[in-house]
Design a protein around this ligand. Structure first.
Ligand SMILES: NC(=O)C1=CN([C@@H]2O[C@H](COP(=O)(O)OP(=O)(O)OC[C@H]3O[C@@H](n4cnc5c(N)ncnc54)[C@H](OP(=O)(O)O)[C@@H]3O)[C@@H](O)[C@H]2O)C=CC1
Ligand SMILES: C[C@H]1O[C@H](OP(=O)(O)OP(=O)(O)OC[C@H]2O[C@@H](n3cnc4c(=O)[nH]c(N)nc43)[C@H](O)[C@@H]2O)[C@@H](O)[C@@H](O)C1=O
Length: 327
């Protein structure tokens, strides 16, 4: 048999083994930005998606979570539930960012193991790399230096989650994996001006300024930090690629491979929402990490390429927010 045919067959066998067609997948956090996109993509691919709202099941409750998982016995679990927020939310509420996330991870991972779930994807975050990591950041940079102080509690919780995934792999041979997404955005994001991430915050600030005819918008920090943004739909497709094709210890980076300054992002968002006024900066607000561009070589080798460019993604997110003004 030809070598390329053998390779293609080997790949399709491993895809089928890691996430069989029609596999039943519990998506924890299915109403969130990442979880809602993941639930859509998995359902479109013919998977049965199992969900619980926070009201039905508080994932910090280990006993109830274990009981739920033992009852439904999913083939796979995607953990996209977490206490999440932008730079100010992380600074103001370090306790839930640390404790909620530790508790959710403990409940879901221990519960999944007890229910004999052999495939699991845990979502880390690019902010858990050292503040001064080399750019673009390779996966090997994890735990090689001090963290960014604005999100250290959240980062430590996420690092614990990655270690937990690795530990279950080593001790029990579980095919569990972790991903390290860059800054995400898209329909379903949080647009609260104080707790959100920068992209939805800017959509809202510029939209309101344009509507009220204000000549200037004041943004946080200096505008010089660089960030990489990935649309939630691309994140979901990347996660599906990992679930089908990846089974290793390294938490793999998930990004688009390009970044820009916050000042450049601001101008792009202002144009998309029709704000033509000035932009000023408030250096009393934190800048956070100077740069966090992920090295996505490994993800690309698995066959993933993003589809949504930033300008289109911003327009799409803006349209969604206009249709959901309470978000
Ligand atoms: N947003 C980003 O820029 C990035 C996110 N990530 C990671 O991706 C994952 C998803 O983030 P994202 O989609 O942005 O977050 P969201 O805040 O949009 O969604 C989080 C989800 O988790 C659920 N949840 C939170 N706490 C509990 C709880 N105690 N019990 C049950 N459900 C709970 C929420 O439920 P409810 O809907 O009821 O509130 C919500 O559905 C997280 O692990 C995050 O760390 C990683 C990198 C960047
Ligand atoms: C995903 C990631 O998200 C967080 O890290 P971050 O990337 O620093 O987050 P951010 O999106 O909030 O800000 C990005 C940049 O943008 C600037 N900025 C300007 N004006 C606004 C503004 O109006 N709102 C916000 N939020 N930021 C603003 C802001 O000063 C900063 O320089 C972590 O908490 C971390 O835990 C994490 O996981």
């Amino acid at each position: 048999m030809r070598l390329d045919v053998v390779a293609a067959l080997a790949q399709s066998v491993s895809m089928t083994t890691l996430l069989p067609p029609g596999a039943r997948v519990f998506v924890a956090g299915h109403r969130g930005l990442a979880g809602s996109a993941l639930a859509r993509v998995l359902a479109d691919e013919g998977h049965e998606v199992l969900t619980r709202t926070r009201e039905q099941l508080d994932l910090r409750d280990a006993e109830r979570t274990a009981r739920y998982l033992a009852g439904v016995r999913p083939d796979a679990v995607v953990l996209a539930a977490a206490t999440v927020g932008g730079i100010m939310a992380n600074q103001r509420f370090p306790v839930p960012f640390l404790e909620d996330n530790l508790r959710i991870q403990l409940s879901v991972l221990a519960g999944a193991h007890a229910a004999d779930v052999d495939r699991l994807l845990f979502l880390g975050s690019s902010c858990i790399y050292p503040r001064q990591a080399p750019q673009p950041i390779p996966e090997e940079a994890l735990l090689t230096g001090p963290l960014e102080p604005t999100n250290e509690p959240y980062a430590l919780a996420k690092i614990a989650g990655i270690s937990q995934v690795r530990s279950y792999r080593r001790q029990y041979g579980r095919a569990w994996i972790a991903a390290m997404p860059t800054n995400l955005y898209g329909p379903g994001d949080n647009f609260d001006p104080e707790t959100s991430h920068v992209l939805p915050a800017l959509i809202r600030r510029f939209h309101e300024a344009a509507r009220e005819g204000r000549p200037e918008v004041v943004l946080w920090g200096t505008g010089t930090p660089r960030r990489e943004f990935l649309h939630s739909e691309d994140l979901a497709r990347a996660c599906l690629t990992l679930l089908r094709r990846y089974d290793g210890e390294l938490a793999l980076n998930v990004g688009c491979g390009e970044d820009l300054t916050i000042a450049e992002l601001a101008r792009t968002v202002a144009d998309a929402v029709g704000f033509a006024g000035g932009i000023a900066w408030d250096p009393a607000r934190p800048d956070g990490t100077p740069r966090k561009l992920l090295d996505v070589t490994r993800l690309r080798k698995l066959g993933f390429a993003p589809r949504v460019d930033l300008a289109r993604g911003i327009r799409d997110t803006y349209r969604w927010w206009l249709a959901h003004p309470g978000s």
